[in-house]
Design a protein around this ligand. Structure first.
Ligand SMILES: [Zn+2]
Length: 460
């Protein structure tokens, strides 16, 4: 772990001149108290204008500063003066910073009795630490399957916030304000490296909000709040380097999604999909397969399953499911991606994709891998689904006109010629004439274009 070398110049570039000068004064006045370095997090108290000091922290990374945070109300540009004072301490007075890693390494060598002695001494001086220790003491060493003990602890607390019984709208609003504070608490725990606690709080918030949704008037506020929690959950979990009980979280949230109102399903499945890219998700796949027939949001779960198969590299299972669920776009895309081109073209002929789906194929890396992909796709589509081919030609023509280059204009000519044939084959000569006339009118000032497409006439 190589901590960054910071310079005063770097700090200066992160804040206003005034914040820097005041921060420098704070630093020299000794305002920074108990600076601590835990992994990549630098944190300390900073004595500001109020009697109670602010909590200020900086998240470091090998190349510098990843993020900073301060509990003061400063919300103008750049870092506040307290953060400046903290960072100056890191540069100018590193010897004053307690290194938690070193400290823990030393403590690890002490016998249990000495550690208990230290804990009791700490509690005597800081009784506010007792609830934190209590939570730890309540947690059994090995969690029983299907349960995350920390989550259970927080669920109970959140349930108390919800209170018993039905919530009127104004009551719900008060509850949500308190729940928001818990989200902020989780975020600040994550900032100081306590991701496990942070995720447990968020999981409990998601769970209880969904379970208690029935006790509200089911306004949009609760789903919105759950959406926010799932996003924060993903953010914290993906930033977390240590292996966590992530899969267990996913398992429980998946189970919850089957029981939840449909409005919550997309948030939960999205969360699971985001987190499962590096995990072995075989049992999640099985669980979904078992529930699929009873799912109200079937397509959402099909998509989730496909994503899990894809992450796990289970191509055959992916293709089977995509085919049986008629997810033809995904099927074609996957076939091309794993270079089963013949099967992909065959599928394209058998099933119909929308114009947008064809467009997406044209914009995907597949189009770069296969030579003349656009032309091949157009030919294939013109034969078996001319009604989709026509609007696709329109889109391609529009796109090429926009680029204003000669070679693109030549492409326009080619597409227009093919389009004319297509219209004729569909006996839609009138539509062709209308289209061409409006095309000429719209681009009347593009002389080069008109010159190149010269010779294309209305059919009548
Ligand atoms: Zn501050």
């Amino acid at each position: 772990m190589q901590l960054p070398e910071l310079t005063p110049h770097q700090i200066r570039s992160r804040c206003t001149e005034q914040s820097f000068e005041r921060g420098l004064e704070y630093f020299h006045a000794g305002a920074i108290g108990n600076p601590v370095l835990q992994d990549w997090t630098l944190l300390a108290t900073c004595q500001g204008s109020l009697p109670r000091p602010y909590r200020t922290s900086a998240e470091l990374m090998p190349t510098g500063i990843a993020a900073t945070r301060c509990s003061c109300p400063y919300d103008a540009e750049g870092d506040c003066k307290h953060i400046v004072a903290l960072l100056l301490t890191y540069i100018e007075a590193p010897e004053t910073i307690y290194r938690i890693g070193d400290l823990l390494a030393t403590l690890a060598l002490k016998p249990k009795s000495s550690l208990l002695q230290i804990l009791s001494e700490l509690l005597k001086r800081n009784p506010e630490l007792a609830p934190i220790l209590q939570v730890d003491a309540d947690v059994p060493d090995t969690p029983p399957p299907g349960q995350l003990p920390l989550v259970e602890v927080y669920k109970e607390r959140i349930d108390q916030i919800f209170g018993s019984g039905f919530l009127e709208q104004h009551q719900l609003r008060d509850v949500l304000i308190q729940l928001e504070k818990l989200v902020q608490h989780a975020e600040s725990l994550a900032q100081v490296g306590e991701s496990e606690f942070a995720l447990a709080i968020l999981h409990a918030l998601i769970h209880q909000s969904i379970v208690r949704y029935a006790d509200t008037l089911q306004w949009g506020e609760v789903p919105q709040f759950v959406n926010k929690c799932t996003k924060t959950f993903v953010q914290i979990a993906t930033n977390e380097q240590e292996p966590l009980a992530l899969l267990e979280h996913c398992r429980l949230l998946l189970q919850l999604s089957f029981e939840a109102e449909q409005v919550f399903t997309p948030f939960l499945t999205h969360l699971i999909e985001q987190l499962c890219s590096t995990q072995d998700t075989t049992d999640l796949q099985l669980t979904i397969a078992q529930h699929l027939d009873a799912c109200l949001n079937r397509q959402t779960y099909v998509r989730l399953s496909l994503a899990l198969y894809q992450h796990a590299g289970k191509t055959d299972a992916y293709l089977r499911l995509a085919r049986s669920e008629r997810e033809y776009y995904l099927l074609v895309h996957a076939l091309f991606t794993c270079q089963r081109d013949d099967a992909a073209w065959k599928t394209l002929q058998e099933c119909s994709l929308s114009v947008d789906e064809h467009w997406d194929l044209l914009k995907s890396p597949i189009a770069k891998r296969i030579p003349n992909f656009t032309d091949k796709l157009l030919t294939c589509l013109s034969h078996h689904d001319p009604n989709t081919a026509v609007p696709l030609y329109h889109k391609l023509i529009e796109q090429n006109v926009l680029s204003r280059k000669r070679e693109n204009y030549e492409k326009v000519h080619e597409y227009l010629t093919a389009l004319k044939t297509l219209y004729q084959r569909c006996h839609q000569e009138n539509q062709w004439d209308t289209y061409l006339l409006s095309f000429y009118k719209q681009h009347a000032r593009k002389r080069l274009l008109l010159q190149i497409i010269d010779g294309l006439n209305p059919t009548v």
